[in-house]
Design a binder for this molecule. Structure first.
Ligand code: 1HN
Length: 347
C-alpha cells in the first residue's frame, strides 16, 4: 500500500502560505476522502424505541402549542452522526409528528421531499395539492418537492406519524427552503388510490398519450399493501424476501427521486439476509417483533420501533414470533445513489 505524505512533513511556512490563500494539499487527506474497500461511516446501527418516543412526543403536545411549532416533530438523530446533525442516516431525516384533535398544521411547500407513515390514531388527514388523504395506520402518503401540503385532525385521540425526508441530501446542497401558503381548496373526489389508480396494472387510458405526471399516486393505503404482502408471501419460498416497492404506477419506477420506500413481510420465525448495499436505510416496524443484526450490533424491536442502518452494512432481520408475521417499512437512499451512478449490491 502506498504511503502518502502527511501535513506535518511540509514546511510550516508553506502550510501557512497555503492557508492564507485558501488552498489545501490533497495528498495528506487522500485516504480520508477515498478510503480503500469501504467508506468510513459515522452512522451507527441504532434503534429508537416507541416506548421512549411516544411519551416524549405526547409531552410535546403540552409543551409546544401548534402556533409555536408549525410542525410538532421529534427528530430521530443518529448518535454516531451527532445530535446537531439531525439525521437518522447521512441522507435520511426521520421525525415523529404529533397532531391533536382539532389542530391543524399550516399549508406550506418546500424543496425537500417528504413522506408520512401513519403510526397511530384516527381522523388525521393531509391535503396534498388539493387532494385530501385520510391517514390510517400504515398508510404511506407522499408530499413531494414543491407540492402544497397541510395537515388536519377531525378525530378524538392523538394522531402520530413518521415523517421521512430527503432533507439531509437537499440541505447538504444548500438547496433546502420552504414557502408559506394559504388553506387549500379541497377537490371533492376521493384520493387517487380510490379513483384513478384503484388497482395495480390499471391506469387511466388517456395517460398513455400524455406526458407522465411525476406523482400520479399520493396515498398508498396499508390495507392494500398488507393484503398484497400476504398474497406475495404465499408464492415466495422461505429463503426469498417478501418485499414490495412503492412505485409510480405510470412509470414503474421509484415513487420519489431521492428516497426509496418498500414494505417487507417476515413470516413467523423467518430471517431475511438482504445483499449488502451501498445505500443507507431506516427500518420501521409497522407491526410485530424481532431482532436485527446490523454490522454485528443486535437490536431488538417491536411495534413502531425504528432502526437505522449505515451504508454498506451487513444486515440480518429475524421475526422472533412463531405465530405472527412482522411487517417492516423500509426507507433507503438507493434511488439517489442509482441516479448518481454509484449504487452497488455486493455478495
Ligand atoms: C415538514 O414540512 C413536515 O410538512 C414534517 O409535516 C417534518 C421536517 C423537517 C422539515 C420540514 C410536514 C419536517 C418538515
Amino acid at each position: 500500500m502506498q504511503h502518502l505524505g502527511t501535513l506535518e512533513e511540509l514546511p510550516v511556512s508553506y502550510r501557512s502560505g497555503l492557508s492564507e490563500r485558501s488552498l489545501v494539499p490533497l495528498w495528506p487527506l487522500m485516504r480520508d476522502a477515498l478510503p480503500y474497500d469501504k467508506p468510513h461511516r459515522k452512522t451507527t446501527p441504532h434503534v429508537w424505541r416507541w416506548s421512549d418516543v411516544r411519551p416524549n412526543l405526547l409531552e410535546a403536545g403540552h409543551l409546544a402549542p401548534m402556533e409555536k411549532a408549525e410542525r410538532r416533530v421529534l427528530i430521530l438523530a443518529n448518535p454516531g452522526l451527532g445530535l446537531d446533525s439531525i439525521r437518522a442516516t447521512p441522507s435520511i431525516f426521520i421525525g415523529m409528528q404529533l397532531i391533536l384533535p382539532g389542530e391543524s398544521a399550516p399549508t406550506h411547500k418546500h424543496s425537500p421531499s417528504a413522506v408520512r407513515m401513519v403510526i397511530e390514531g384516527q381522523g388525521g388527514y393531509t391535503i396534498v395539492q388539493g387532494e385530501r388523504c385520510p391517514m390510517e395506520k400504515g398508510d404511506l402518503i407522499l408530499t413531494p418537492s414543491g407540492l402544497w401540503h397541510e395537515h388536519g385532525h377531525d378525530g378524538h385521540e392523538p394522531v402520530i406519524w413518521m415523517d421521512a425526508l430527503d432533507l439531509p441530501a437537499v440541505a447538504g446542497l444548500e438547496a433546502s427552503y420552504a414557502v408559506e401558503g394559504n388553506i387549500q381548496n379541497v377537490r371533492e373526489d376521493l384520493d387517487s388510490s380510490q379513483t384513478r389508480y384503484r388497482r395495480a396494472g390499471l391506469i387511466p387510458f388517456e395517460s398513455l398519450s400524455r406526458r407522465k405526471t411525476d406523482y400520479p399516486l399520493i396515498r398508498f393505503p396499508w390495507s392494500e399493501v398488507k393484503e398484497s404482502l400476504k398474497a406475495y408471501a404465499n408464492v415466495t419460498p422461505m429463503d426469498s424476501i417478501v418485499q414490495l416497492a412503492y412505485v409510480n404506477p405510470e412509470t414503474g419506477q421509484e415513487c420519489m427521486p431521492v428516497l426509496g420506500f418498500s414494505a417487507i413481510m417476515l413470516r413467523p420465525g423467518e430471517t431475511m439476509r438482504p445483499r449488502r448495499r451501498s445505500s443507507s436505510a431506516v427500518l420501521h416496524c409497522i407491526e410485530g417483533q424481532g431482532e436485527a443484526q446490523i454490522d454485528g450490533v443486535t437490536l431488538r424491536f417491536e411495534d413502531s420501533d425504528t432502526m437505522a442502518a449505515p451504508t454498506h452494512a451487513d444486515i440480518e432481520v429475524s421475526n422472533r414470533s412463531t405465530s405472527r408475521p412482522a411487517f417492516l417499512f423500509q426507507v433507503d437512499d438507493a434511488p439517489m445513489q442509482r441516479k448518481l451512478g454509484f449504487f452497488e449490491e455486493f455478495g
